[in-house]
Write a protein that binds this ligand. Structure first.
Ligand SMILES: Cc1cc2nc3c(=O)[nH]c(=O)nc-3n(C[C@H](O)[C@H](O)[C@H](O)COP(=O)(O)OP(=O)(O)OC[C@H]3O[C@@H](n4cnc5c(N)ncnc54)[C@H](O)[C@@H]3O)c2cc1C
Length: 354
């Protein structure tokens, strides 16, 4: 077994993206996944890459904007190297506006988008089209943004694995510790992107809770919605995918006994989606899925050196937007691990959750 420059622990979207960012820069990378690729919260079905609202700007929103803008190039390269389409499309998003207060707020954000997104994406109030896809809007108006994109989570993971292997990286399933043979005498870095399990290990190591899991349930309809924009209405993300499915998510549950069990809450979500979106009324549900999002105490991604462990790093805390954050998280982690360059923004450090 050859020694590696970087060992990545965890085959979710953070681990795979970090491994890819390192391997494409020429590093020797070995990724180990405890169970199977996508066994954690990255194995789901929703895949909305949606921005924060363009107002009260802060480093977290700026980081997310950069990541969303990087996504097209990131996923395009992964598709080209792997030969697998990750289902990325910047298809935009519609948000119906229920009353005058919502319209006023949305118009205020038009100015925010102009200021903070600086022409790289649009956010504007438009008339709702009567096309059988958009939910009814009491005001006849909705927000249309051109930044939101979609990604097929499972296809994205497959594409990343293939791209990493094409560039000479190793991806291994069924392993919970770095294999001794790949650790070089001094230089090998180990990046722990182990989701909820990683937050628990760190919590017990530092003697206090650094984060918690938030369960989510989602559903997948068989429905051909083509390249229509995704919808965000009444807290639901309704995301058309190119394979003739539409995903709907998600519940947000802090108290749960079984993180992978679906129950009546997903049925309620399905009914709400059907009530909102005319095209879903008769569409069959082909999958119900549940997973646990890794939420750091700071609620932001948790990135940087593992306290007290030489050459060990953490990439965790993707919470509700891990897929959207992955390209930039991967870049920042590769900078840190391979070049010692620290571009982690304020509020995203491991210490912020200790
Ligand atoms: C219902 C639901 C809907 C969501 N929708 C969206 C969305 O639309 N858009 C979006 O951006 N985000 C969404 N998210 C959030 C997103 O899924 C998470 O932020 C993301 O998956 C976190 O990725 P991760 O790689 O950090 O963790 P995980 O995917 O959980 O990966 C961690 C991996 O580490 C492995 N592991 C654990 N311990 C070890 C060990 N010791 N050694 C090796 N491997 C180990 C696990 O088996 C697992 O595969 C959603 C989440 C849920 C639950």
């Amino acid at each position: 077994m050859a020694t590696a420059d970087v060992v990545v622990m965890g085959g979710g979207i953070f681990g795979l993206s970090v491994a890819w960012a390192c391997v494409r820069r020429g590093a020797r990378v070995h990724l180990c996944e405890a169970a199977r690729i996508g066994a954690g919260s990255s194995g789901g079905i929703v895949g909305a890459l949606a921005p924060h609202v363009p107002e009260t700007w802060n480093p977290k929103k700026a980081f997310q904007l950069e990541s969303l803008l990087m996504a097209e190039g990131f996923w395009g390269e992964v598709a080209a190297v792997s030969g697998i389409d990750p289902g990325y499309l910047r298809s935009g998003r519609w948000q119906p506006l229920a009353d005058d207060a919502a319209v006023e707020m949305a118009r205020g954000r038009e100015a925010g988008a102009a200021e903070f997104w600086r022409g790289r994406a649009g956010w504007r109030v438009v008339k709702s089209p009567p096309d059988g896809w958009a939910p009814e809007s009491a005001t006849g108006l909705m927000v249309e943004d051109t930044l939101t994109a979609r990604l097929n989570p499972r296809a994205a993971a497959r594409a990343l694995v293939a791209a990493i292997r094409t560039k000479g990286g190793v991806v291994e399933e069924g392993r919970v510790e770095p294999p001794a043979g790949v650790l070089g005498p001094r230089r090998t870095a180990v990046v722990w992107a182990t989701g909820m399990a990683g937050l628990e290990v760190l919590s017990s190591e530092v003697g206090r809770k650094v984060g918690a899991g938030v369960k989510g349930q989602a559903a997948l309809f068989a429905c051909e919605a083509g390249a229509r924009p995704q919808i965000f209405a009444e807290g639901l993300h309704i995301v058309p995918h190119q394979d003739g499915t539409v995903a709907v998510g998600s519940t947000s549950e802090r108290d749960f006994a079984d993180g992978s069990a679906v129950d009546g809450q997903v049925e309620a979500l399905i009914e709400r989606a059907r009530a909102l979106c005319p095209m879903l009324r008769e569409a069959p549900v082909i999958e119900r899925w549940a997973g646990v999002r890794p939420r750091a105490k700071s609620r932001a991604p948790m990135l940087g050196p593992w306290p007290g462990r030489d050459r060990h790093y953490i990439a965790n805390g993707g919470f509700k937007i891990g897929f959207g954050m992955a390209p930039k998280v991967a870049d920042v982690m590769a900078d840190l691990v391979l070049e010692g360059r620290d571009g982690i923004p304020e509020g995203f450090r491991v210490e912020d959750s200790l």
